[in-house]
Design a protein around this ligand. Structure first.
Ligand SMILES: [Zn+2]
Length: 426
């Protein structure tokens, strides 16, 4: 089954969130399996097309991945596609399919000479890279994987035989055409080092998409501050060549080194900026009103606060102080705002409980748990209550922080899946 190059009536931009894969690779921070699951849930509610939800060839992800696939069948996730990331080796593909029931894969290998030599030494040349990739795609296709994305890691530094000979579009095209011939549905153009510029990525992606006629994914890092601009311009290159674009984003831009393209910024750039505002290029299922909730959930989960000047969701994003600005905003908010806090789902007032508070946690009991659940309108049947208490205690230990109302509700409604995903098998 090959996906069409355009899903709807015209080429559009779809979002693939990679927080649960690239975001969690970030040095010094991580998410628990329960937090990754809740993030998939919020991304689904936000209308994000796909979540790159983990590493199916990695043993400690097995229960989490299979439990999330079960949750999809049970309707906890409605529309989002759950896809796993593997290296482009037949062994990784087989292992992923042996350990999990994953149905969608992205298969990754580097097309840049600098990484080929840097990672494999002189043992592997460019033809070997093509062979590894096509064999991995064949293995996935033969095993019945429903959609396959092929990732050209470090694509922006795909250089000719010598680095000083510059960017080698011919090799990248050869790579992408080989992937297509073997049944890939999409090509991921990775600006792994944040090396591209808005014009260069537009040109590279336009040429690639024109020639290959497959949807293109944009995976951009922020080492020069260009991640959002490059993602958007790369996507425009794909659209102008007549194919769909899939921008890889992470919540709050979390990701290795300087991070990835930020989810909320990409949505705002595609829908609020001059020239794009009226073009209607973004997948209409995307719901910006989830922005505040998802950004805050991920910030709390990673333990990394949102900067005050963060696009759209920072605490200063709608704060006005200078005399001229304050006067202007009071007369008409459009004087100093191109979007409103309501559009991003930012609540007018934060309701904080005060006075006597009862919480539930790692060492809590049944009475306290039932009190907390009654406040969020969750009733426990007598048969379930001991089991849910045990899982809430476990969940708190697993997250190493108090559980939030949505997490408690999830555990109460899906105790079997919650137990499975919190069980890590080495
Ligand atoms: Zn990356």
């Amino acid at each position: 089954m090959i996906e069409p190059i355009v899903r709807g009536d015209k080429p559009r931009v779809y979002l693939i969130d990679v927080t649960n894969r690239d975001g969690v690779q970030t040095a010094n921070i991580g998410l628990s399996k329960l937090q990754k699951t809740m993030l998939n849930h919020y991304l689904d509610q936000m209308g994000v097309f796909q979540s790159e939800f983990g590493f199916p060839a990695l043993e400690h992800e097995t229960n989490y991945i299979n439990a999330n696939l079960d949750l999809q069948k049970r309707g906890f996730f409605k529309n989002i596609r759950l896809e796993g990331w593997v290296r482009a080796t037949v062994e990784d593909v087989y292992k992923a399919l042996k350990l999990t029931k994953v149905e969608h894969l992205n298969i990754s290998i580097s097309t840049s000479l600098i990484m080929t030599i840097g990672k494999f030494g002189n043992k592997i040349n460019r033809d070997d890279i093509l062979k590894m990739m096509t064999e991995a795609v064949d293995a996935a296709r033969e095993a019945g994987v429903k959609t396959i994305g092929v990732n050209a890691e470090d694509a922006s530094r795909t250089a000719a035989e010598r680095e000083d000979q510059g960017y080698d579009e011919d090799y990248l095209m050869k790579f992408a055409l080989a992937a297509k011939k073997h049944g890939a549905d999409r090509i991921r153009y990775c600006d792994t080092l944040g090396y591209d510029h808005a014009n260069s990525i537009y040109d590279s992606v336009y040429m690639l998409a024109k020639e290959v006629q497959l949807p293109i994914e944009l995976h951009c890092h922020n080492d020069t501050g260009y991640a959002v601009a490059n993602s958007v311009e790369g996507a425009m290159g794909a659209l102008d060549a007549g194919v769909d674009a899939y921008i890889n984003v992470t919540v709050n831009g979390m990701g290795e080194r300087a991070g990835n393209a930020d989810l909320v910024s990409v949505i705002l750039a595609l829908t609020k900026s001059r020239g794009l505002k009226d073009k209607d290029v973004l997948d209409p299922n995307v719901d910006l009103a989830m922005a505040w909730k998802i950004a805050n959930y991920v910030a709390r989960s990673f333990g990394v606060p949102i900067p005050i000047n963060q696009v759209g969701v920072g605490s200063n994003a709608f704060a006005h102080e200078s005399g001229i600005h304050a006067d202007g905003i009071l007369k008409d908010r459009k004087n100093y705002e191109i979007y409103s806090p309501e559009e991003l789902g930012i609540p007018n007032e934060l309701t904080l409980e005060s006075g006597r508070i009862i919480t539930t946690g790692e060492y809590g009991g049944l009475k306290g748990l039932k009190h907390v659940l009654s406040k969020i309108n969750v009733d426990l049947t007598p048969e379930k209550e001991r089991r849910v208490l045990q899982l809430v205690q476990l969940g708190t230990a697993h997250n190493q922080k108090p559980l939030l109302p949505d997490e408690l509700r999830f555990i109460a409604e899906y105790p079997d899946e919650a137990a499975k995903l919190m069980t890590v098998t080495p």
